[in-house]
Design a protein around this ligand. Structure first.
Ligand code: ZN
Length: 111
């Protein structure tokens, strides 16, 4: 394995991994706060950094069948949410390429 590259986000309102405190996402990338993950409330994000992406799998979510990849903090390997690879319903297509970030697994830094 190569040296771990940690990306730092600019801006004041940053979510960090709760476990190892590396930057995970910026508030400006929130698409919606009204989502549910495995651990309760979750954010739909345009971008999440410092993650590794798990294998593709098909999952039945409350909004129908999706192809998703779980996302893990690249620094501590904790599960942070998932990425929408593909949605099958036309009305859900906007989620493709976006991420679910579990509120329970991140901290707000500096706000
Ligand atoms: Zn972490």
């Amino acid at each position: 394995m190569g040296r771990l590259y940690i990306q730092y986000l600019s801006g004041e309102k940053i979510y960090k991994c709760k476990f190892c405190k590396v930057d995970s996402a910026s508030r400006v990338d929130i698409v919606s706060k009204d989502f549910r993950g495995r651990y309760g409330r979750a954010y739909l994000m345009r971008n999440v950094v410092n993650i590794s992406i798990g294998p593709k799998e098909q999952r039945h979510l409350s909004s129908g069948l999706h192809t998703v990849n779980d996302i893990y903090c690249s620094s501590c390997q904790q599960l942070l949410g998932w990425r929408y690879e593909k949605a099958f319903e036309e009305s859900e297509k906007y989620k493709e390429g976006n991420y679910i970030l579990e509120k329970e697994r991140v901290l707000k830094d500096g706000w």
